[in-house]
Write a protein that binds this ligand. Structure first.
Ligand SMILES: Cc1cc2nc3c(=O)[nH]c(=O)nc-3n(C[C@H](O)[C@H](O)[C@H](O)COP(=O)(O)O)c2cc1C
Length: 192
């Protein structure tokens, strides 16, 4: 897939169970011609869990992209004035980050990057992964779906029997979703 000349931000938030799939997609994206800049939320750069250690994820991101990740709000802020990204993907995007984004809160490097990037009227792509997508966060997802320049990696219920409010993105559809968002379109069908 030709993404030559494109610079893509990949922002990690704290849905740690999704990291295996997210890093798989990061490696695939790195094989395209795109430049990639990763960004880590406070949770994603500091919580160790059964899914791995935060410092190992940061190291892996740098190895794959050949760029040090952005880890602070001051380092994310220049994304606005420099206009350095063509597209920003939040992969994975937690319920916490969805709720804050929908309400204009900017208290993590990822939210700062999103705010700075949206100021430039460029596409923001969300790859949601949250247990409360059909619960407390449904209103926020609805609000973001109806917001200019925001797109979604197609998503659906991952375990309706045991986690009826949970929805996760089809990360395997990341690349076509990126291409669509770069062309100002939502990849369809968005609910799968
Ligand atoms: C092991 C573990 C797994 C988690 N998985 C998820 C998840 O899949 N989705 C989610 O929305 N939050 C999840 N969380 C909670 C978030 O990490 C937490 O809400 C955090 O404040 C998110 O901050 P961020 O959105 O700035 O990264 C998880 C937390 C832990 C410790």
């Amino acid at each position: 897939m030709c993404l030559k000349g494109k610079t893509i931000g990949i922002a990690f938030t704290g849905s740690f169970c999704t990291y295996a799939k997210a890093f798989e997609q990061l490696a695939i994206l790195a094989q395209t011609d795109a430049e990639i800049q990763t960004i880590f939320s406070n949770a994603s750069q500091s919580f160790d869990s059964r899914f791995g250690k935060a410092e190992d994820f940061i190291k892996r991101a740098e190895e794959i992209t050949q760029h040090p990740p952005i880890l602070t709000i001051p380092d994310a802020e220049p994304i606005g004035p420099s206009g350095c990204l063509d597209l920003l993907v939040i992969l994975p995007c937690t319920g916490n980050t969805i709720a804050k984004l929908a309400n204009g809160i900017t208290d993590s490097p990822v939210l700062m990057a999103a705010k700075a990037h949206l100021r430039n009227e460029k596409p923001l792509l969300l790859s949601v992964s949250t247990n409360d997508a059909l619960g407390m966060n449904m209103k926020n997802i609805g609000l973001l779906m109806n917001t200019k320049n925001i797109y979604f990696v197609p998503f659906g219920q991952d375990n309706p029997a045991k986690k009826p409010n949970s929805m996760t993105a089809r990360t395997d559809l990341l690349l076509p979703s990126i291409v669509a968002a770069l062309n100002g379109r939502q990849y369809q069908p968005v609910i799968q």
